[in-house]
Design a binder for this molecule. Sequence first.
Ligand code: SF4
Length: 66
Amino acid sequence: MKVSVDRSLCYGSAECAHRAPAVFAFEDGYGVVRPGAAESAEDPRVREEIREAAEKCPSQAIVLGE
Ligand code: SF4
């Protein structure tokens, strides 16, 4: 699963880092994807956390791909 954060949309609510802490971190006021985290997210629970984080991101800044 590919995942990224569009910084031009992110306004730094930090919700992604709380919902999926294995994948997202909060740095310099933005949500960021931890290096290598998404590629290793084959665990269905982690994938679900990523999907939920994307769905609940208040600015729809999380971009998912396969
Ligand atoms: S939940 Fe969305 S707006 Fe909030 S820090 Fe993460 S990417 Fe940015």
